[in-house]
Design a protein. Sequence first.
Length: 458
Amino acid sequence: MKFPAEPFRIKVVEPIKSTTVTERKALIKKAGYNIFMLPADSIFIDLLTDSGTSAMSDNQWAGMMLGDESYAGSKNYYHFEETVRDIFGFQNVIPTHQGRVAENLLFSTIVKEGDVVPNNIHFDTTRANIEHQKAQAVNCVIDEALNPETLHPFKGNMDIGKLEAVIQKYGVQRIPLILLTITNNSGGGQPVSMANVKAVSAVAKKYNIPLFFDSCRFAENCYFIKEREEGYKNKSIIEIARELFSYGDGTTMSAKKDGLVNMGGFLAMNNDSLAQQITNMLILIEGFRTYGGLAGRDLEAIARGLKEVLDEDYLRFRIQQTDFLGQMLIEQGIPIIKPVGGHAVYIDAKRFLPHIPPHEFPGVALIVELYTRAGIRGVEIGSLMFGRNDPETGKTIAPELELVRLAIPRRVYTSMHMQYTSEALGEIYNDRKSLRGYQITYAPEMLRHFTAKLKPMN
């Protein structure tokens, strides 16, 4: 059927404020043409991120009322720990208030200056946390992932040849861990196959390098494995997840994605010594080991959300809703990454706006127009987020992909919201030649896309 039906009923509604084009033009100018700096109540449909924007279930809200706010030994922590161990299989479970803290704790403990960390594709905060340790983040994704038109069922896969080449080039002693992001956010929300997980694990074991997963969208990745990979059709999502994580040594997790909560995350691993070092740092900067910067009620919501996200009816709708938006854009000739990923539709801004060069940020031009015209907020994943300045020319060295991500919050928007988004993008696509590029007027040294200020090109 064309329209994916929501496998839930709506109990509580939140009104959405409508603004005019004139109001939005003034707001985006005041924000320095940075979509992050806009007030949320000026947004009609917010597709900036799927992180922390999910709608929690009645079961999760009921669990919040059972929050044990004891400083140490909260009963909710033990429920949380039991759930993480059951799904992920790692014995040491360390709560954090979100995923980037988990990354920071891990990398500040085992990554040192001059080290190299390979991944399929690092996302922005992952890369920044590695570079903050004066180490190098290297992408080893398969070549098919860099061609938006290529139809490959697992475009998130790591290229084993590239991984081997990195290890040979830098030496095992400079590689403290291998990362694998599931699904691969920066590459279009694309999944990693079980066969590839096994192959990466074999390389890690060969060189005695720990393998860690960035597993914030693990359930979506496991659903793709069930749908696309031979031998998994008749397996449950939790069975697939348990097998997948059995090939690794640990994981970082932003529970704000597939934990179906608004705040929270964790680190989990089997190495007792490493876990103790990280726990000592956790107590210094986040809180005691049984709360890690979270309230007991938050830990309970995560425990329940991690179980709910394994439901195949939910996952089927989740993936179909994203595909529904993607197919509507394809029908209008709008260039996107194919096949459609799990949590978001990624527009190829380079082909959408070929007259705007990378150093003038075509992705920014598109998201500013989408907000101004329709009140929809997306995010640029291109030269502003991942570009680097050439020290000689001062111009941006562009990444391989210039994307605009439309990340769909879980259980929040209906199919009609997706249709509205599609129609707005169709109008912009018809007028695309009128759009112009942008230039930076201010940017910090790291993670510049969050706080940069821009202005339109003359």
